[in-house]
Design a protein around this ligand. Structure first.
Ligand SMILES: [Ca+2]
Ligand SMILES: [Ca+2]
Length: 381
């Protein structure tokens, strides 16, 4: 015979008004991808891994927190992503008086700007909220600002949501062509050192096709250097390197000088012989097959270019087709392969991070196919 014991009914427990906050130092030590609540002082606006502005703010998309209001060492800071619904209340461009004040943020403890960070906030509140707060105390802090949508990019894509096909493509073209900052070709060097930084070695960048981690300082044109690979070959539409498609970070990647020369302006397709200096890549007389880990990245870069450039800005209307003999025409192939590759290699953290950095720091536009991979088949399938 089995006897069941019923646990005694517990008395009602008074839960604290908010979860205990961690310090910035604790948050820096807890970059696990879990959710955390952090209280700290606003000490500036991060614009790159080791650059935090303390005045003349440039935007409302990021802030830096520290345990002391006078901290200047970026290593003691937590970089906080400010998603659209919080920008009017917490962005430093709009609210410079937030400097040196205390705020409390809840979100995902994970790298931002390739630096200890907190992303996708679910709560941002002015002031501290310690575990000692009594439930009976009237709140004295400002009310919590709640996100207005389930995804942090829903506001950015608002006019595209719910659309498909050409209508979706047109809406996305407008969105990703609005408010864009165009880089100079020279400015691309330093940007790539941030967007393509090796997550495990901040002195290096990862080369797209070869996958090699190489010193940021080896940018140049000599053997053993890395240079600026145009994934959408710049001869296809002859857009060159003036500010525009030729300097668009969304398809520019660091690559070894000789591997870049070997890829040349070939269209993308499967097959060929092993590419020298780039294990896992294959090439023949008219095509290039990237290694598996970046097949989807390549496809999404091409799809971005086809939507971003529609012939309305002095450059050719770039498009994707199913050919591998496009020459200097403003087309690149091979569409059927790119569709397969984008499905088999979905967006990863490196790709998502560089999209975020390009958006928040450099161009202020996004690659929709990294945020919404399902839009690939809606437009190109
Ligand atoms: Ca990938
Ligand atoms: Ca186009």
């Amino acid at each position: 015979m089995v006897t069941f014991f019923r646990a005694p009914v517990a008395p009602p427990v008074m839960l604290p008004a908010a979860a205990a906050s961690m310090t910035v130092a604790q948050a820096i030590a807890s970059q696990t991808g879990g959710t955390g609540t952090v209280t700290g002082y606003v000490v500036g606006e991060p614009t790159a891994t080791s650059t935090v502005r303390t005045s003349s703010f440039t935007g409302d998309t990021a802030l830096a927190l520290a345990d002391s209001s006078t901290t200047t060492a970026t290593g003691s800071m937590l970089y906080v992503q400010i998603t659209s619904s919080y920008r009017s209340a917490f962005g430093l461009l709009t609210n410079p008086s937030l400097m040196r004040t205390q705020i409390t943020v809840t979100g995902t403890l994970t790298a931002y700007f390739s630096h200890a960070g907190l992303k996708s906030p679910s709560s941002m509140v002015k002031g501290g909220t310690g575990s000692t707060t009594s439930p009976t105390t009237s709140p004295t802090t400002s009310p919590t600002v709640s996100p207005t949508s389930s995804s942090s990019t829903d506001t950015y894509y608002a006019s595209a949501l719910g659309k498909s096909g050409d209508s979706l493509k047109n809406a996305l073209h407008s969105i990703i062509s609005s408010g864009v900052t165009k880089l100079s070709y020279d400015g691309v060097w330093n940007a790539l050192k941030v967007t393509d930084q090796d997550p495990s070695n901040s002195s290096n960048v990862i080369l797209l096709y070869s996958g090699i981690s190489r010193s940021k300082t080896l940018n140049g044109g000599d053997s053993g250097d890395w240079n600026r690979e145009h994934v959408y070959a710049k001869s296809h539409g002859d857009f060159g390197t003036t500010a525009g498609p030729g300097t668009d970070l969304h398809h520019l990647r660091p690559e070894d000088v000789s591997v870049n020369a070997l890829r040349d302006n070939k269209d993308f397709d499967s097959g060929g012989s092993a590419a020298t200096g780039a294990p896992g890549n294959y090439t023949d007389s008219d095509s290039w097959e990237p290694r598996n880990a970046v097949k989807g990245d390549v496809a999404r870069m091409i799809f971005y270019m086809a939507v971003r450039y529609e012939g309305d800005d002095g450059f050719a209307d770039l498009e994707v087709n199913d050919s591998v003999s496009n020459g200097s025409n403003p087309y690149i192939g091979k569409l059927s392969k790119l569709l397969t590759w984008s499905a088999q290699d979905p967006p990863d953290s490196f790709e998502k991070n560089r999209n975020e950095v390009i958006y928040s720091t450099y161009q202020h536009n996004r690659n929709p196919f990294i945020d919404h991979p399902e839009w690939v088949s809606s437009i190109f399938g």
